[in-house]
Ligand binder design. Structure first.
Ligand code: ATR
Length: 274
């Protein structure tokens, strides 16, 4: 019998750690599977997904820049994927495509379980108002923070997200550079893509206190510009998104294989090798 096939589609994709993570999960849980790295440009997304399905593929992770676009190809969208407006996990079953989003779940698991942060009653600031932000607002609001502010360079995008989620919790929006200095944040999440291009926008220094945990959704071999900046501001902790990466992958693995891997062990291996 052939081995079950999985993979990750993105553009570019060579930097992706997903194959390593899923191989470690497979070894740890005694599962036999294959996990491929698939570089697919935006105009080839649909044929590439269809071909993967036609040739017996079992599941795909979908990453930048396809997470929004791929929702069009899905037959059944999970509630959390629908809320996020984005899909990062496809499952091929009985001729249908199921779409889910494990990003928000992965972040929350890292914050609440791995890092043991108490988010209930906390004040949270998210920098950026793109797809990454949209995917994490719902799960963050479920933790019942006292406030969640979205700050963005372009106010309109932050305001649109705040309006969209205002029924689910205390969400407000402001421009990137006018965050009220009187506000104390327990958690600041960088969800801008600025670091990817090596840019360091004027992050709001006044929002950081010695109690603030700063978390960059980006991660890298070297500290990201945001994580360096957070350390310089004297934040209580400055973290990169390795934990979220491993946790979202574990949730995809659980959806596909029905077993939840032990993430602590894999996270240690990932950050040691980084
Ligand atoms: P993603 O899916 O990773 O969130 P995106 O939807 O393109 O990507 O969103 C990128 C986010 O990073 C946006 O909030 C963007 O701000 P604008 O809405 O004003 O464009 C933010 N961003 C990117 N580069 C930035 C920079 N140099 N300074 C400040 N914000 C930046």
């Amino acid at each position: 019998m052939s081995v079950d096939r999985y993979g990750v589609m993105g553009y570019p994709i060579s930097h992706s750690r997903s194959p390593v993570i899923h191989r470690l999960f497979a070894i740890q849980t005694g599962q036999e599977l294959q996990y491929e790295l698939l570089q697919v440009s935006p105009e080839k997304l649909e044929p590439a997904v269809r071909q993967f399905q036609r040739t017996g593929g079992k599941g795909l992770n979908i990453t930048v820049p396809h997470k929004g676009e791929v929702t069009r190809l899905v037959d059944h969208l999970s509630e959390r994927a629908s809320t996020a407006g984005a899909v990062n996990t496809l499952t091929f079953k009985a001729g249908e495509i199921l779409g889910d989003n494990t990003d928000g779940f992965g972040l929350l698991r890292d914050l609440a379980v791995n890092l043991e942060l108490a988010l209930e009653g906390s004040n949270i600031l998210i920098l950026g108002a793109g797809g990454a932000t949209r995917g994490i607002i719902g799960p963050l609001l479920e933790m019942q923070p006292a406030s969640l502010r979205i700050a963005n360079r372009t106010l309109g995008k932050a305001q649109a997200l705040a309006d969209h989620f205002s029924r689910s919790g205390p969400v407000t929006a402001c421009r990137f550079n006018v965050i009220p200095v009187t506000e104390n944040y327990d958690l600041i999440i960088n969800a801008t893509s600025a670091g990817l291009s090596g840019e360091a926008p004027p992050y709001p220094a006044a929002a950081v206190s010695r109690q603030t945990v700063c978390y960059d959704l980006s991660y890298g071999l070297k500290p990201t510009p945001f994580s360096i900046w957070a350390r310089e501001q004297g934040a209580a902790q400055s973290l990169m998104g390795w934990g979220m990466l491993v946790e979202q992958a574990a949730e995809s693995f659980r959806i596909w294989r029905g077993v939840r891997p032990d993430t602590a062990q894999v996270l240690k291996q990932m950050t040691i090798s980084a």
